[in-house]
Design a protein around this ligand. Structure first.
Ligand code: WTA
Length: 661
């Protein structure tokens, strides 16, 4: 009882507090502690970005920091040459740190762990690089990876980087169709996958899904299959174009592959992400700019030092895992922890058990996970000693102040700064957040743009708006980690990101991330969410058009509209409004088929929370679906303006039905 009272008092005290200062124990040791960095970067732009490039070892120094002559196709560190795998591995060994841990892998089954020192990582990355060469992978060939969170994933990525072959990692939770689309789009002839993996104790058959995907790829492919499950596996037979990873790699035992010198602007990887149309976008990132920016933000924002044991709990199948499990941390020579499983298996204290056991110094996770921890209760973290933690981070979606404060109190013990980091697949690295050793934190607000990043909030006409009003987020100057284009689609690159607020006639280019935001009188930005047709489910970006196309692919469906509705845990959830074809009933059976159809086409993460059958969809006179109204219905909010509708009556009908369901 006494304890409950204490909690109530604590909550009450925190509820009122809207500003938090970083503890002096943190600021005294922070990688960045001089607030002058903001001014320094502003005055010295773009040369300030030399500081990022200097975190890497270059084979050839650049001649020029930024080339704007072909904007918005900006180029960074022109003339510079380097290799990303060398920067993430070899140079740390040359510094005498080969026996320090690079990757600490924690399997889902308790007690299954693997540790890779930098020496061991070097050995396996070289053997895999030699394997890829032997298979015929040449510089600039795109290698697809469809792997869960096992060490072979970062190893294969670094092996690709070593030989100058860009990788394209497809999230293992995505469907066979999603894999096929991405391999086709990238003309990728090589696939690295595995037999299966564990999810909450069950073995999942991954190769079966990969094979279904491959059967829809029109060109020849060669596949390498990692045996993850061993005895617990599914007894797959490999066909003639498929090879066992361990067999191939053992043939290259002890082989070393000289890291190839890549131009700063050469592609390091492709990452597909969702956009307004159904076709996923292949975001292109480069070797020099991306790697410098990933390293610099890991240093300045996540405060990573070589002696840390740093843990980002994202999946490497998303950009967060690329930048902040693999490239940033390894470029800085730290220990990066990689966890295969879910936070609640075998019990809801798994993350805290790992934190205690490995003495984690920084934890970087998503608001959706924090909301789950909060719901499960503080008794889980309380069972463990979390005092090794020095910094906490969040990414992927807005964090509500209550969840922020819970994280601050129950995980950080009121003694760790929290960095709420806004960024995107396209930005390559963190763009908006407080610097943990400098900035006052305001729960719910990401913070000011990083030094050297020029972001602002504008109205529909592109004019800067007043503090406190909502508008659109823009980035007004280029930065080294930015995407260079959409793979083989320069036009779409311009249309998606540069059309809205740029003035090409006067060569003024403004990047539009398609997020809504507000800014306060101190210049702190609160990002509200997407303003395009993208839904952010548990921090995962999904295109409504992709989901809709999966739904209309189900027999009996005539038309569908999908929107994001508020969801307590997931942030947003998928709400589908469906019109059936004549002769079909909107019944439970069809509903199940729709859910299955979405899972098949995209993956379980896109599973609709609700499917609502309706006779019509609200449309404007020009025939465009009014999604905002459907969102209002999903959120049980008062309806927005219906006067521009061709069929205003339908809205109240749908609303009544939603309420009765
Ligand atoms: C959202 C993930 C609010 C935003 C790194 C962005 C956020 C999209 C935050 C990118 C944050 C990311 N606060 N919203 N701290 N971080 N977002 O490409 O809508 O998977 O545009 O990259 O997530 O998602 P993506």
């Amino acid at each position: 009882m006494a304890e409950d009272n204490e909690d109530v008092q604590l909550e009450a005290r925190l509820a009122e507090q809207d500003r938090f200062e970083p503890p002096s124990s943190f600021t005294e040791q922070a990688n960045v502690s001089d607030p002058g960095i903001y001014e320094e970067f502003e005055e010295n732009w773009p040369d300030c970005w030399e500081q990022a490039a200097e975190l890497l070892d270059w084979d050839q120094a650049h001649d020029e920091v930024l080339d704007e002559s072909n904007a918005p196709f900006y180029e960074w560190f022109i003339g510079g040459e380097l290799n990303a795998s060398y920067n993430c591995i070899d140079r740390h060994i040359e510094d005498g740190r080969g026996d320090e841990v690079a990757i600490e892998w924690v399997g889902e089954p308790v007690d299954e762990t693997r540790t890779y020192t930098y020496d061991e990582l070097h050995e396996e990355v070289n053997e895999v690089a030699a394997t890829f060469r032997e298979m015929g992978v040449s510089e600039d060939d795109v290698v697809t990876m469809y792997l869960p969170m096992i060490p072979e994933l970062p190893i294969a990525m670094l092996a690709c980087a070593r030989i100058g072959a860009p990788h394209s990692v497809v999230f293992a939770g995505f469907s066979a169709d999603a894999l096929a689309t991405r391999m086709e789009s990238a003309d990728s002839e090589y696939l690295i996958t595995c037999d299966g993996y564990y999810r909450r104790g069950d073995a999942l058959d991954h190769l079966d899904k990969a094979n279904q995907g491959l059967s829809n790829v029109s060109h020849e492919t060669t596949t390498v299959v990692v045996d993850r499950l061993g005895e617990a596996g599914f007894g797959h037979d490999l066909d003639e174009n498929q090879h066992d990873y361990a067999d191939l790699v053992s043939e290259q035992e002890g082989e070393e592959v000289e890291p190839v010198t890549r131009d700063a602007e050469d592609m390091l990887f492709l990452m597909y992400t969702s956009g307004t149309t159904g076709e996923p976008k292949g975001v292109k990132h480069t070797t020099g700019g991306y790697l410098s920016y990933a390293a610099w933000t890991t240093h300045t924002v996540l405060d990573v030092k070589p002696e840390d044991t740093y843990w980002c709990s994202a999946d490497i199948g998303w950009i967060t895992g690329h930048s902040y499990i693999v490239y940033g941390p390894l470029a800085l020579g730290t220990t990066s922890v990689m966890y295969e499983g879910t936070p609640d298996y075998p019990d809801k204290d798994r993350m805290w058990e790992i934190t205690e056991e490995y003495e984690i110094t920084q934890l970087y996770t998503a608001p959706t996970a924090i909301r789950a921890f909060m719901k499960w209760g503080k008794q889980y973290p309380e069972e463990h000693d979390l005092s090794s933690l020095r910094l906490l981070g969040t990414v992927g979606e807005p964090i509500n102040p209550r969840a922020w404060k819970w994280y601050y109190t129950h995980i950080g013990d009121e003694d760790c700064p929290i960095v709420d980091t806004w960024w995107q697949t396209e930005t390559g690295g963190i763009m908006i957040t407080t610097l943990p050793g400098i900035g006052t934190m305001k729960p719910g607000s990401a913070g000011p743009p990083l030094p050297g990043i020029d972001a602002g909030i504008v109205d529909t006409g592109g004019e800067k708006i007043e503090a406190g009003e909502a508008g659109y987020l823009t980035v007004d100057k280029p930065w080294p980690g930015m995407l260079r284009t959409l793979y083989q689609n320069d036009d779409r690159f311009i249309n998606e990101y540069w059309q809205e607020y740029s003035d090409p006639d006067s060569d003024e280019w403004v990047y539009f991330p398609e997020d809504g935001a507000t800014v306060d009188e101190d210049g702190y930005i609160t990002v509200l969410g997407r303003v395009d047709d993208v839904i952010n489910v548990s921090g995962h970006r999904l295109g409504t058009a992709e989901i809709e196309s999966a739904i209309v692919g189900v027999e009996g469906v005539a038309e569908a509209a999908v929107v994001g509705g508020d969801h307590e845990m997931k942030g947003e959830a998928v709400y589908a409004y469906v019109i059936t074809e004549d002769g079909y009933d909107g019944d439970e059976e069809l509903r199940e088929e729709i859910v299955a159809g979405v899972e098949d086409a995209i993956g379980p993460i896109a599973r609709p929370e609700e499917v609502l059958f309706t006779p019509e969809l609200p449309k404007t006179r020009s025939g465009k679906i009014m999604r905002r109204l459907l969102e209002d219905i999903a959120n049980e909010e008062e309806l927005g303006d219906t006067s521009t509708l061709r069929n205003p009556d339908v809205v109240s009908e749908i609303q009544q039905q939603a309420q009765s369901d």
